[in-house]
Design a protein around this ligand. Structure first.
Ligand SMILES: NC(=O)c1ccc[n+]([C@@H]2O[C@H](COP(=O)([O-])OP(=O)(O)OC[C@H]3O[C@@H](n4cnc5c(N)ncnc54)[C@H](OP(=O)(O)O)[C@@H]3O)[C@@H](O)[C@H]2O)c1
Length: 291
């Protein structure tokens, strides 16, 4: 019988790409979202809300493996450990035998009371065989829906506005993350491992703007909007003050400490092919930047 995989964040940057990869590997997929899409070829949509525990049981029924995109930092919540704890227990009780958790770059070095590290410790301490993915910032933040609003400001104003632009960051493609997740959800040998997923090079935001300009065929300039720009943008979009401050501070530390420039070989180790470069990503995503 085919394995059924529950993909949380099934409409997001990694989940959406993971679903067809799992289908190609022969798995049945349950795609979780707060607003499920219509069913199609081997993909069963299910309503799932991290903040509505009553949705956990139906989402997990008959599932052997789960891709966990926690609600940390996806909208308005900095600490979702309580939801993670309930969900991981429900998954173990319902017979799940494999879990892949999407965490973030460097979280294994964070103190145990950091909300993201707390979520990792819950996964590591559970009885479920688990793999933790720790990706760098996604390349798709420049081209798809993201709290930074980057795609829109590039498309509408020709501006890539981000603070701390001189620091290099080893952005990773969501496609590469999804490929590693597909391997870890369907193959043996990834249990108990943590993968730090980066692109093949670290580049500054000004260099990213140059790649985007070349791919989109229009000039996109890098603009430094000042150190509080992320906090202010989140507050402007209605995010709670505590969440805006946490995201802004996490971002500032991650970039200015220089840790985000590290490049690892974990994408190729897990997939057997080189990680996607920013230029390759930009060529693929160019349509997102045409007004
Ligand atoms: N983006 C990055 O650069 C980056 C880097 C490292 C780690 N991460 C981690 O990756 C994860 C995804 O982040 P992202 O910003 O790129 O978002 P995303 O995956 O593109 O979108 C968020 C996903 O989460 C789902 N979601 C949001 N709130 C939910 C809720 N209450 N219940 C159920 N599902 C919910 C959304 O589905 P619906 O709206 O359809 O319900 C959507 O599929 C986060 O945990 C983040 O910390 C992101």
């Amino acid at each position: 019988m085919a394995t059924t995989v529950l993909v949380t964040g099934g409409t997001g940057k990694t989940g959406r790409r993971l679903i067809p990869m799992l289908r190609r590997r022969g798995s049945a997929v349950r795609a979780a979202s707060r607003t499920p899409a219509p069913a199609r070829g081997g993909v069963e949509p299910v309503r799932f809300d991290w903040f509505d525990e009553s949705t956990y049981r139906a989402a997990l029924a008959g599932v052997q493996a789960v891709y966990v995109v926690s609600p940390h930092l996806t909208g308005t919540v900095a600490d979702a450990s309580a939801q993670m704890e309930k969900f991981v227990h429900a998954a173990a009780a319902s017979g799940v035998r494999r879990l892949v958790h999407l965490s973030s770059f460097g979280v294994d070095q964070a103190p145990p009371d950091d909300p993201l590290r707390r979520a990792e410790l819950l996964v590591e301490g559970s009885e479920l065989p688990a793999t933790i993915l720790r990706p760098a910032a996604f390349m798709q933040n420049f081209s798809e829906n993201h709290w930074s609003g980057l795609a829109r400001s590039i498309r509408e104003r020709g501006e890539l506005a981000m603070p701390f632009g001189d620091y290099p960051v080893s952005h990773v493609s969501a496609r590469d993350i999804a490929e590693v997740a597909a391997a870890a959800l369907t193959e043996d040998g990834h249990e108990g491992k943590g993968y730090t997923l980066t692109g093949p090079e670290a580049i500054t935001f000004a260099e990213a703007a140059a790649h985007i300009s070349a791919a989109a065929g229009r000039h996109v300039r890098y603009v430094d909007p000042g150190p509080d720009a992320i906090r202010d943008a989140l507050l402007g979009s209605g995010a709670p003050a505590e969440f805006a401050a946490y995201v802004s501070e996490t971002f500032r530390f991650a970039i200015t400490s220089g840790v985000m420039k590290a490049v690892t070989g974990d994408v190729s180790a897990a997939t057997g092919r080189p990680a996607t470069s920013f230029a390759e990503f930009a060529a693929d995503a160019a349509g997102a930047w045409i007004p």
